[in-house]
Design a protein. Structure first.
Lengths: 394, 254
């Protein structure tokens, strides 16, 4: 180990980056299951890249977190997998080895895999579980996988095999982002993470029109819930899932049109079978950028789940928009919104970001959430919140 | 002795007359030919100076394989820390506008820069995405406008207009080419008749037999801001591989 560190320090092909971020979150309204109005978090991230040979690279990264609201474990252990309910105090963000030769790239280890082309909702992004502890402010989790990518001219084939599922992190039962069903008695949740593997293939083409077709077979990284008869136990399971889908981007004179769609089938009938699609327009003008679109869903067959937690589907039948304005080289403002087509739920976020010097950035935003309790977005209507983040990047 | 002087004088006159008679395309092609290299690598330091004289510094590494209309380049930010790893891949084509993709590590996906978005500033600098393309002489029509002295050097002032196949934010440009070494020392870019950007090339040094500006100052007239790009560790004709200039290569974070 010391030898590796020494070699890294000697090497011209070692690079690193990271940040320390301090975050304050403020909720003006009380929640039924959470009396907290303010949360403080500290997050340290460090990533290293080491290339001992021209065709070979190692990438590693860790996260260290602490918070005032028990969203992070207090137990000191090194978490390799990121499958825990709470965020681990110290976790491996990524650790992978990558080899490339001619058009072929092979990567094995814990890594990030992103598929799809649209923003906000990505139907084909199947290998990208997220941390949804704060549903509207989420981030991606790495997965353990072997990935082979072959690029030849304007075509690329991407093949992925993951030995086990990394589930998305869902809101904690004792906190405000978990909405208890109305009138439900106290219950326990038993988690049942399946053992099987996941695999997928994506072919993409680059030309005047960019498009891709993708197939996935594995498990949904978002949970379904079943009541265990005669008990106060709810079983949290992850439905088997197959997805066939694709995405396309067409640049036109005034705007770029992007679309993405996927048909989801649950072989174990635990979850619904459905089609998810997104169509969006993009444009940059002066210092502005705009993204506006619509996310839709069509259910073809109902599953046997009692309930589920699926922000992707929760953001469908929805008008989605994102805009940003660069005031100058240091300052930006941004806006994001999702409005359900029946107006039963609305989420809007407005923020301001200011960089100081070469390392510091302060970002503040406010998230307004309104709607009816029966709506995916509307159920979080007591969770409007403001955040202030101070970040030091290195 | 007098005879020798006469011969030299006549020769000089002949060369000057030939140069004056040169059509602008020939001048630009000669400039392009003299800057030809199979690859290029440099580390760039950018100072962005806004209209209130606030200075922001950025750094990138730049690698190119091929030349002019047949080149591919990969630019990757190394500072400031918050943009470290952000990369831009530019595939230039001899007969049309380039293809460009940007990789942002925090997002984990590449994004194509659409043609209509190429006039945008590149990551807060005064260079637009289009300014990072390599110009190929065949994509423009030329007209010799004038002859001027710039920074003490005699120059041809040439107007270039993009041909129809070339999509450009600029209606035309004025290019100053030094007569002694065919180095471009200034480009003024116009949108209709309005000057929008001016690039000044200075600190011209000979590197591996290629006269190269080590200092580019880009003025954004609309914003009244400028970016100074200084080249360091510049090298030509390094061994490079085509496979390192692909979307997959851009995603390989370093």
């Amino acid at each position: 180990m010391p030898l590796i560190v020494f070699l890294m320090l000697l090497s011209q092909d070692y690079s690193q980056r990271g940040y320390v971020e301090s975050l304050g979150v403020f909720y003006p309204e009380s929640a039924v299951n959470d009396s907290g109005h303010a949360i403080g978090e500290i997050h340290v991230r460090h990533e290293s890249f080491f290339r001992p040979w021209t065709n070979f690279q190692l990438a590693g990264g860790i996260d260290v977190r602490m918070d005032s609201h028990h969203q992070t474990e207090r137990e000191f252990r090194f978490d390799w997998q990121d499958r825990s309910r709470k965020r681990p105090l110290l976790s491996l963000r990524r650790l992978s080895a990558q080899y490339h030769r001619a058009g072929l790239t092979l990567e094995a280890g814990k890594q990030f895999v992103r598929w799809g082309r649209t923003d906000i909702v990505n139907p084909t992004d199947r290998f990208a579980p997220r941390d949804f502890l704060t549903v509207v402010d989420n981030e991606f989790l790495g997965i353990e996988a072997v990935r082979g990518t072959y690029e030849q001219g304007s075509n690329t084939v991407d093949v992925i095999w993951s030995p086990r599922l990394t589930p998305s992190r869902t809101p904690l039962l004792s906190q405000r982002w978990f909405i208890p069903p109305a009138g439900a008695p106290p219950f326990m949740v038993e988690r049942d993470i399946p053992d099987g593997s996941q695999a997928g293939i994506r072919w993409s083409h680059v030309g005047f029109v960019e498009f891709a077709a993708a197939f996935y077979s594995g498990f949904d990284h978002l949970p379904s819930y079943e009541l265990v008869p005669g008990s106060f136990v709810v079983r949290e399971t992850y439905a088997q899932q197959r997805m066939i889908g694709g995405d396309v981007a067409v640049p036109l004179r005034l705007v770029s049109i992007k679309g993405e769609a996927g048909y989801f089938q649950s072989p174990d009938h635990l979850s619904d079978n459905y089609v998810l699609f997104v169509v969006q327009l993009e444009r940059q003008a002066g210092e502005w950028f705009f993204v506006g679109g619509y996310g839709g869903e069509a259910i073809t067959e109902r599953g046997r789940q009692t309930a589920d937690f699926n922000p992707n589907r929760g953001m469908t039948r929805t008008i989605l928009a994102r805009a940003g304005y660069t005031i100058d080289v240091r300052r930006d403002i941004f806006f994001e919104t999702a409005i359900r087509e029946n107006f039963d739920g609305i989420w809007s976020k407005i923020g301001y970001s200011h960089a100081f010097g070469q390392h510091w950035r302060v970002t503040t935003d406010f998230n307004l959430i309104r709607g009816k309790p029966v709506d995916f977005l509307g159920q979080y209507r007591r969770n409007s919140h403001g955040t202030v983040a101070v970040k030091y990047s290195f | 002795m007098n005879r020798t002087r006469l011969v030299i004088g006549l020769l000089f006159l002949a060369v000057s007359t030939a140069a004056f008679a040169q059509d602008p395309r020939t001048i630009v092609e000669e400039a392009q030919k003299r800057s030809l290299s199979m690859s290029q690598r440099y580390e760039g330091t950018l100072k962005v100076i806004d209209n209130k004289n606030k200075v922001t510094e950025k750094r990138w590494t730049f690698e190119r394989i091929g030349s002019h209309g047949n080149s591919k380049s990969l630019l990757r930010f190394s500072a400031p820390a918050e943009v470290k790893g952000v990369a831009l891949l530019v595939i230039n084509h001899p007969d049309r506008s380039s293809d460009q993709w940007m990789w942002t590590p925090a997002v984990g996906r590449e994004r194509r820069i659409a043609l209509q978005d190429r006039s945008q500033r590149f990551f807060g600098t005064d260079f637009s995405f289009e300014d990072l393309e390599e110009r190929d002489s065949d994509q423009f029509d030329y007209k010799l406008v004038d002859e001027e002295t710039l920074e003490g050097a005699a120059c041809w002032k040439i107007e270039s207009r993009p041909k129809q196949k070339k999509v450009s934010q600029y209606s035309h440009s004025h290019v100053w080419v030094r007569k002694d070494n065919y180095v471009i020392v200034q480009i003024e870019n116009f949108s209709k008749d309005k000057l929008v950007r001016r690039a000044k090339y200075s600190d011209i040094q000979r590197v591996q037999n290629i006269w190269t500006a080590h200092h580019i100052e880009m003025f954004d007239m609309g914003r009244n801001s400028r970016t100074i790009l200084a080249f360091d560790k510049l090298q030509y004709n390094l061994p490079m591989k085509e496979e390192d200039f692909t979307i997959q290569a851009m995603r390989r974070e370093r």
